[in-house]
Design a protein around this ligand. Structure first.
Ligand code: GDP
Ligand code: MG
Ligand code: K
Length: 269
């Protein structure tokens, strides 16, 4: 079984990876690029490999780290993802979460740095956070080794049950309308579980995904018509529409799940 560790830089990936794998690490490079590749066996589970992924802010195709992570998640499809986030920086960290949740891979959302959150006296409603993002949310203090084993056990459980994360309800009606048309046009080309992720990427006119899908020109024209209609209606380009709606969804979600002891503090510290 393969479990992938995904998250922003500085979210605590290496700390968690070391706690989970101890001294059984293998370090190399991702094929063709000088981006470090690290994997190891989960302590006490010889059959479970933990794959550390490069730290990224988004599944865009713009940096080497993003491309490596995307390729791995799409083509090698781990049995589960542990998405580790810096719980003191929810707004920035949850951006990647909205994208990972579209991949159709079982996922645990591990809210790290929980020791800092507790110290500040803030509260995060984990049940609601999990419901909003369509996955299981747990707390973690990787540095204090609190919750590390539980996160791994949760990921193993989801992988065994093939419990895929549900899509969070991120997009407004006109975007969903275009996505539904795109999904219909490409559903015979991609795994059913990954349909949402591919549809969003096609909507964004992601060149790597479009090249991979090799759609007929007639289909491309029809899809382009739906994207253009949506852009006209929303007076923005498709990539910005998706980005803005992700941030709106995240802000609304944080308002629902985060209770600050001192509400006058800024959102991120
Ligand atoms: P990576 O870039 O995602 O691999 O993050 P690191 O594992 O290198 O962690 C970034 C920094 O956050 C380091 O200084 C860690 O010691 C610290 N850190 C990681 N997890 C925790 C935690 O649960 N609580 C606290 N307070 N600090 C943490
Ligand atoms: Mg690291
Ligand atoms: K790294």
């Amino acid at each position: 079984m393969k479990i992938a560790l995904a998250g922003n830089p500085n979210s605590g990936k290496t700390t968690l990876f070391n706690a989970l794998t101890g001294s059984t690490q293998y370090v190399g490079n991702w094929p063709g690029v000088t981006v470090e590749k690290k994997d190891g066996k989960l302590k006490g589970h010889k059959d479970v490999t933990i794959q550390d992924l490069p730290g990224i802010y988004s599944l865009s195709p713009y940096t080497l780290e993003e491309v490596v992570t995307r390729r791995y998640l799409i083509n090698e499809t781990p049995d589960a993802i542990i998405n580790i986030i810096d719980g003191t920086n929810l707004e920035r960290n949850l951006y990647l979460t909205t994208q990972l949740a579209e991949l159709g891979i079982p996922m645990v959302l591990a809210v790290n740095m929980y020791d800092i959150i507790e110290k500040k006296g803030d509260k995060i409603d984990l049940d609601q956070l999990g419901q909003l993002f369509g996955c299981k949310a747990v707390t973690l203090s990787a540095l204090k080794n609190k919750g590390t084993q539980e996160v791994a056990e949760e990921a193993i459980k989801l992988a065994h049950n093939h419990k895929v994360s549900e899509h969070p309800h991120v997009f407004v009606g006109s975007v969903e309308h275009a996505l539904a048309h795109i999904e219909e046009s490409i559903e015979n080309k991609v795994d059913a579980s990954k349909l949402r992720w591919f549809a969003v990427k096609v909507f964004e006119r992601d060149e790597k995904v479009l090249a991979e899908l090799k759609l007929d020109q007639a289909v491309l024209n029809e899809i382009e018509g739906h994207i253009a209609d949506c852009e006209k209606e929303m007076d923005d380009d498709s990539e910005s529409i998706i980005t803005n709606q992700r941030y709106t969804f995240i802000k609304n979600s944080i308002n629902k799940v985060l209770t600050k002891k001192n509400p006058h503090q800024t959102l991120s510290t």
